[in-house]
Every structure is written in C-alpha cells, then in structure tokens.
Design a protein around this ligand. Sequence first.
Ligand code: FAD
Length: 617
Amino acid sequence: MKHDHYDVIVVGGGHAGVEAAAIAARMGAKVALVTMKLSTIGAMSCNPAIGGLGKGHLVREVDALDGLMGRVADAAGIQFRLLNRRKGPAVQGPRLQADRVIFRDRMQAELRSVNDLDLVEGEVADLIEEGGRITGVILGEGQKLSAHSVILTTGTFLRGVLHFGGETRPGGRMGDNASTRLADRMDSFGLTMGRLKTGTPARLDGKTIDWERLESQPGDEDPVMLSFLNTAPEARQIACGITHTNAQAHDIIRENLSRSAMYSGNISGTGPRYCPSIEDKVVRFADKESHQVFLEPEGLTTDTVYPNGISTSLPVEVQNDFIRSMKGLKQVRIEQPGYAIEYDYVDPRALTRNLELRDVPGLYLAGQINGTTGYEEAAAQGCVAGRAAAAAALGFEAPEFSRSTSYIGVMVDDLITRGVTEPYRMFTSRAEFRLSLRADNADQRLTSQGREIGCVGDERWQAFSEKMERLEAGRIMLSQSKYPVSALIGVGANLNPERPAKTGLEALSLPEVDFSVLAELDPSLQEIDPRVGEQIKREAIYSAYLDRQERDAQTIAKDESRRLPHDLDYGTIPGLSSELRFKLERHRPASVGEAARIEGMTAAGLLLLINTSRRIA
Ligand code: FAD
C-alpha cells in the first residue's frame, strides 16, 4: 500500500468496482481498490458473455466514458453476435461471448496500468465514521485506510448463502467467503435492506459432449465490437452448440421440485423473473415441451462449457440426471454443479442520483448491492459512483446522468425513484427515449461530457474528435449532393416520380436506400468512410421518429394527472404487453402519473393508457 489516505476507496473488485476505481483515477483522484482476492478481479461469476439487449447499450455508454468493459471484452471475445439484427438500430444489442481467462487477465492488466490506483488485497470488515461522514475503511486485520469517500461494490457477498438442493453454506459466490461483518455494519445505518437470489447452471466438461449430434451456432460474419475504439476481434472465433430440454428432463425436474432450493421454501429472496431457473421455466411454462440450451465454450484454452438456459438449485445428482437426458449430453461430466445464491441488497431508494447514501454522506453504493443483476448494470453504476466520488474529492460536482441522454440515467432514475421488487436488469423497453439512446451513438451522447470532467483520456478523445470531423464532412457532402427521383426509384425507392430531386441526406432517410447504394450511384461519395456513411444513414432514419418521440414525451407530461378508473379492464387494451397488463392489474394506478412510476412502464404503454382513458372519459 503506497498511502494511508486516499481520495476514493473502492471496496470490491467485481465489474462495478473496477470501473469505479478506474474512472476515479482517470479523473485524477488518488484511489485504492480493496478486494478480497486480487486474483479474482474481473471474474465473471456466471455466464461468460457481455452485452445483449439493453446491456449492450450500457457497455457502449461505459466505453464512451473511456471505461474498461468494452475494450477488455472485445479483446476476450470469442463469438460476436448483434442481437435483433433485423430490427431497427435502437433495439439492436451488441453481445459477445468472452474467454473468461483472457477477460480476467486483461482486466487486471488494465487496472495495473492505471496511474494513482493502488490494488489492495484484504477484506473490509468495517467503515470509519467521523462527524457523521464515512471517512475510511478498516480491514480484517484491523488496519485503517482513510479517504474522502468510500464506494461499496460488494455484489452478492453481503450475507451471501449458497444453495445446492437442500444443502446450504455461507459464501459470496462459489469459492469465496461471504461478507458478514460488513453486512452487520450496514445494519447499523438503519437502511431498508432486502433479500434477493440468483442462480447459475452447472459447468460441463466439453470433452464429454457429443458435438457431432448438435446444431452449431457460429458468430456473425461481420462482428460488431463493443468498444468504439475497436474494429475487429483479437481472439480466434468459435461456434456454440445448441441442444434442448425434453419431456424426460422436465419429468425429472418436476419429480424433484421439492428438493430444489428455489422451490422447497429454503430461499426467501426474490429471483430474476427475466432470467428464470430451469425449475421456474418448467413450472411457469408447463405447456412448453422443450427449452433451448446454448452450449457456450468458456474459452479457447479450457474444455469447460456453460449451458446457457438451465440455471438450477436442484441437488447435484438430479442435475446430473436431467442434463444427461438431453441430446448430445448422454455421457456428459459435470465439472461444477449449478447453485443458487441468496444475498442482502440495500433498497436503492436511499441513494442520491450520484449513488451516495442520502443519510450516510461519503458512502456510495454501486452494482448488485443496489438490487441489480448483471455485469453491465454493475459496470455502469461503477462509473456513476466513481465519477461522483472523485469529483467530490477534487472539489467539483459531476453533472448527473439523465433519462433523456443515457441508459445509465434511466437505470439510476429507476433504481432511486422506484426501487426494485426483483433483481433489476436493463431492457430497451425501460427507456422512453430509446430512439435517440442508441448503442451506435453512445459516444456522441457522452464522450464530450466525459472529457469535460476529465474521465476521457487523450487517445479516446482524439479518435472521437476525428470521427466527429468525418461525420460532419460526410453530412455536408451528402446535404450538397442531389439525386433525381428516377435514379432513386431505380434502386428500389418507393417514390412518386413527379417529386423533385432529393439530397443525399433526404435519400438516406428512405428505408430502401443504404449508404452503399448511394455510393454506387455517386462514386464521389466513396471518399466517405463506409462506417461514417452507415452512421449518417442511422441518424437519417431516426430523425423523423425523434420528432414523434418528442411529441409523445410532451403528451405524457401534459396528461400526467389524467385519472384512470379503478375498474379499468386492462385485458381489453390492444397492444399492451402481458407484463405491463399484469403489473397494472396488480397496482391499479389512480392516474397516468402513478402508472408512469410502475417498474418497467414504457412510453408506449402510457400512451395506450392515455388514449384509452380519453376514449372512455
Ligand atoms: P461482484 O462481481 O460480485 O464483485 C463483488 C466483489 O466484491 C468481489 O470481488 C468480492 O471479492 C468483493 N468483496 C465483497 N465483499 C468484500 C469485502 N468485505 N471486502 C473486500 N472485498 C469484498 N448476472 C446476470 O446478468 N445473469 C445471471 O444469470 C447471473 N447469475 C449469477 C449467478 C451467481 C451464482 C452469481 C454469484 C451472480 C450472478 N449474476 C448474474 C450476477 C453478476 O455476477 C453480478 O451482477 C455482477 O458480477 C455484479 O457485479 P458487482 O461488481 O456488483 O459484484
């Protein structure tokens, strides 16, 4: 340890902790990251994948702030897939499967290269409180470290209990101790705490899988990177296998439900509805005869395979039986059984927008401790808390993230105003401004602001500035070029031949006209980098929708006090998703404003309610 006083101390080296420590140090704060085992910094507790729908947006925003997750994940990526490729860019989610070892090693190397960041191995057992403020931490052996602010990112470790069938034992995750002394300390603040649970599947020995019998799923031919700084994968790319559960597997699971920790009443915490265990799936979707299971290799130098879709807390012998009943897995060997974990979280409504505890100044919380689930959600919160804690120590205030400019802002607002009733994960449907909050423009939304507060380094800033110049030059060229309508009709555009010629920018707003098509019509456009051209195309498509989004936001704000009848039959509102219908029936909000505060409510859902209420008024 180089110092005994720091600007910021971060407790925990998971996905929230590494981003919090790195962003604070990038801003010029003197930082210590204290974690139980230095060797597990950057460990992925569950699936070896980063990104996806909503989550990919968060990674891009972390990257736009010059964070680590996107770059490290790209370096470790062994299969890249852009989810929702056929849908519009606003709901596309870049995702990759990572080599666990490369991810962990790269993350550790990145952290070691950060100036003014000390990595300290140890358990934080207590916090120092002076004059009503948290001013440091006390390690297990009694050593004290003082700081302007402390950020807790202890994940699932607060009073963590692991469940394997009927067997339980304390633990932060498999192979790690729980954090019990710190949990006792948190009790002393009188915060509202809750209990949540999550689970993970067994890990399989890939040498014992009959891959020949399985369908193969390769990655995308044109991989989309998570970081704005990267253009192509570094690691060798692999394919995954696909198998399915079947009637026999479901029978085995049903017969043993009473032995599942999730179902036997041993676990009181609430689990993630969006990421159900296989026991949940078999019970909740009883009419489904099979569920898809992706067999994802965990890396290039290991035979371990992660069976995505069958997280479980059944006893080990039952896991063995149902897994072996599936195609290609008859001889499979389980390397590590699946298990569930139950842990304490802090009701995030006790936090400010900077993720500082309102009643415990100097103490910030980020990651799973706030009731979220997922690496990406944790990393994004790490950026919020790290940025704010560093700014406070350095004597200025960091601007807050807002719902209209980032998914990070959506998440923070959801957490601190609505709290959580189940582990919170990001979805594009949570963002009412999702047409403008796209993964492709996260840098345009956040990098300049990050540069102003000092968290964006020179290399990123230069790359970003050059990109902005190329975009501007491209927009000017396209706004000055003209295309007769007949030429556009010739490439498939659905236009009235009588209309006047269109500029390149106008032509790109037509669904049938891609940048490559335009560049074929007009070779002078080949001066524009095709990636810049594609970005301008995305902006052109959305410019019309953005006006509508703005009008919708105004309608919702205007109709906030509109009453909703108590006996409103939500089942008869066409277009309302079953999830929202379920929540509205449960809460029966008295007004549009109350409906807006229901967790997971969307702008589209609110507009349906406003229209229905107008119709029946
Ligand atoms: P973590 O990554 O858990 O990191 C916490 C860190 O804090 C660790 O480094 C730990 O050593 C350190 N620490 C704890 N207490 C102390 C202390 N007192 N002193 C010093 N250091 C301490 N997410 C999904 O999206 N999908 C899933 O299916 C899923 N399943 C999961 C299954 C399991 C069994 C587990 C354990 C997690 C699962 N997750 C899943 C969640 C995902 O792993 C987390 O959301 C994410 O890792 C949270 O990041 P974090 O930084 O908040 O905490």
